[in-house]
Design a protein around this ligand. Structure first.
Ligand code: ATP
Length: 227
């Protein structure tokens, strides 16, 4: 398996506080990871740094074998890497506009956008929300719309920040059910989470942030560790 992204010497500071000091982060092509660790350890920050939404000190980085800088963040990475926020923000237009927004920003033809949005809505099980005001979506619906919005962009790397946080019951299960289908299409997925059902998904590898360092773990449905 080949490395999709490698980052070496990744340090993040908030003032005097060294949040993390990661020797090396390697994400393989078409692989899925859960990023675990205690509250406040820096999971969201790490994802945001990879997505170019936050800055950090980086010794070197490469994407698909090509050396890249993370600051300033290159347009090629902005196209290849998509971050989905824990509480996705929706534009107040329509659900379809929200899903197609990134494609429109890329200048895709309208007919192509409409087709891909329709497919994505069916994939995410949100076709019934066609006429719903985005401001009225439930937490689970919002998360599924956000996943559809990310999926249509066909990212090489998808960063999901606690995709099931604050969801329970059917809403949580519906989101969890979408994750393996994202993995199947060859996208590398990294999910910051505490959700044991996500951590235990087959084929998902585990990265754990602890004391500022990144540990690679084998994932065998751990029950004996703190998430
Ligand atoms: N701008 C900032 N200035 C100072 N500290 C910050 C800033 N932004 C975040 N932090 C701190 O950095 C730490 C890491 O935050 P982050 O949200 O990345 O953690 P997390 O592991 O995702 O936590 P959780 O599991 O609770 O979501 C927290 O202690 C947070 O308070």
């Amino acid at each position: 398996m080949s490395a999709l992204m490698t980052v070496r010497g990744l340090k993040k500071r908030h003032g005097e506080r060294l949040l993390f000091d990661i020797d090396e982060l390697t994400l393989e092509t078409a692989s899925a990871y859960v990023l675990t660790g205690a509250n406040g350890v820096g999971k969201s920050t790490l994802l945001r740094v990879l997505a170019g939404l936050d800055t950090a000190q980086v010794a070197s980085a490469a994407f698909e074998g090509t050396p890249v800088a993370l600051h300033p963040y290159p347009a090629a990475l902005r196209r290849a890497i998509v971050y989905v926020h824990q509480h996705p923000i929706m534009f107040s237009t329509s659900v379809a506009d929200n899903i197609g927004y990134g494609l429109a920003a890329r200048g895709e033809p309208k007919a192509r956008i409409a087709q891909r949005v329709e497919d994505a809505m069916a994939w995410a099980g949100v076709s019934y929300l066609q006429g719903t005001d985005p401001a009225r979506l439930s937490g689970g619906e919002k998360q599924r719309v956000a996943l559809a919005r990310a999926r249509v962009l066909q990212p090489r790397l998808l960063l999901l920040d606690e995709p099931t946080a604050n969801l329970d019951g059917a809403a949580r299960e519906q989101v969890i059910a979408l994750i393996p289908t994202l993995m199947e299409q060859g996208t590398t997925v990294v999910m910051a989470c505490h959700d044991r059902d996500l951590i235990g998904l087959p084929g998902v590898r585990r990265l754990k942030l602890r004391d500022g360092h990144l540990e690679y773990r084998t994932n065998k449905g751990e029950t004996d560790e703190t998430p």
